[in-house]
Every structure is written in structure tokens, then in C-alpha cells.
Design a protein around this ligand. Sequence first.
Ligand code: PDD
Length: 285
Amino acid sequence: MDIIYLNGEYVSKSSAKISIFDRGLLFSDAVYEVISVINGRLIDMDRHVSRLERSLGELSINASADWSAMSRNLVAQNDLQEGVVYLQISRGVMDERDYRWPSPDTAPTIFAFAQPRVLVANPMADRGMTIITRPDLRWQRCDIKTTQLLYASLMKMEAMAAGVDDAWMAHGDMITEGTSQNAYIISQDGVLISHQLDRRILPGVTRIEMLEQAKLMELTIEERAFSIDEAKNAAEAFVTSSTLLVMPVVEIDGHRIGDGRPGEKTGKIRQNYLAAVQRASSTTN
Ligand code: PDD
């Protein structure tokens, strides 16, 4: 995976350099996308592009490029079969450190790279994830996919220290999302509950297709916040993200979910999700 994209050129990792006055570096003034690649094809690229353009718009970062072609080139040049493409755009380079934005015609810094990763045959899908809950102390615009990921990273480290796989964050008692995934439960009476789209969560690309598949399975869907207690008493729980796809959760704060094994409905949703995105990607790229 030696070839990366930087500001219009495909170069080797070791020759890619950016300025220390880049706003992405000094202020996390940057947005990003992580796109999964399965069988050498980008999954749900159009939805990633829409979200990226929305993130750029919310922060008034002027950047445009053929994001899909750039990502496809990286997959091809690195011969990536399964893994992710990471795309990042910052507001660009300042003359000196200043909170105020440089002029709007400052060139953004755009880079992208590819990384191999096992997505489909992830053994975690068979054993299920264990999680802890922690307060959500992030900023109030979690709907924008910025590179300000320090709190999420701290919570991931707390999860590791607690001997579990990850953390779900909560405002008071109400779960928002995982450190880098959207969070869901299926209640004892079979209702799939997903936090509503608002400023407290990232509008996940995987979430959109997962909900489509759940609808086809005729599951009742409620888009609302759910409490930590509701989650502990749920029949099933799971997360979605471009790297974990649809991943069962089997333990929350030490409480077993259901019988402690990945839920049946979750397994079916994962299967159907995978079939649908692979079908779609084979015709679009
Ligand atoms: N994270 N919520 C948060 C906070 C995330 O960081 C992510 C993705 C998601 C799921 O979004 P999607 O389904 O579009 O991947 C939800 C990526 C994978 C990351 O930061 O690596």
C-alpha cells in the first residue's frame, strides 16, 4: 500500500510531506471519510461523497475533486482487494498559527491512502463485541465527520484497559453512538431502535443501507435515543461502520445481551447487508 494521493499527485508514502502550518494538524480543521473496499470494489461510494460534501459545506471548506475516481485509482494502484480507503481534506496551510481562517481561496490539503483490513471474515462477527458505556463528552456537532477524534480515541483506550472491545457513549442515560460506530438494539419484542439523525451522532453510511435491509426483513424500526438500561435488557445489540459493517454486541457494562451470543436477527441483517452492498458495488464501480 505504498502509493498515496496528495494534492493532485500519486506518490510513495515516504515522499508525501505536508506543512506543519496545515490547519488540519494545528486545529483539526479537517474532514474525512473511510470507505470500505470488498473484492477490489468501493462500497457505497456515492453516499460517502454526499456526506463528505456536506461536511465540507458545514465548515465552509472550499474543496472539490473527483473523490470517486481518486479512491478507485488508489484501490487499483495498490491492488487492494479488501480494506479501506481513507480520504482527508483540511482547510489548507496558514502563514502562521492563527485561529482565524485564512482567505477562502487558500488551497485545501487533500490526501488519501488505502489500507488492507479483513472486513467480511472478521472473527468478531462470530464471537460478538463486548462494550462499556462512558459519558459522551464530545462537542455538539458530531454530525460533521471531522478529524477531532481525541475523545473517541481516549474512550477506545479506556475500553482496552477494561478488557473489552469498545465503548458506547451516552448523554446522561441515553446512548448516542460508539467511539467510531453507530449503535443499535433490538428490543425483546423485536423492534430495532436507532438513535435519530441529529447533531449528537454521525449519519453513518452503513446505517442507511442496514436500515434498508432491516425494512426488507419487515422489522419495525424506531429512530429514537435508547437508555443504557434499555440496552442491557435488549434481546440483541449491534453496531455499524464502514470497517465493522454490521457487528453484533454481546455484552454491555458486564451484562450479557440475550444469551451472550451474536443475535439471530443481527446475523441475518449482516448477511443481507453484505449481499446488497456487494451486488450494488459490482454494477457501479
Ligand atoms: N468511523 N459514528 C462515528 C463516531 C464514526 O466515527 C463512524 C465511522 C460511524 C459509522 O459511520 P459509517 O457507517 O459511515 O462508517 C459512526 C470510521 C469508520 C472511522 O473513523 O474509522
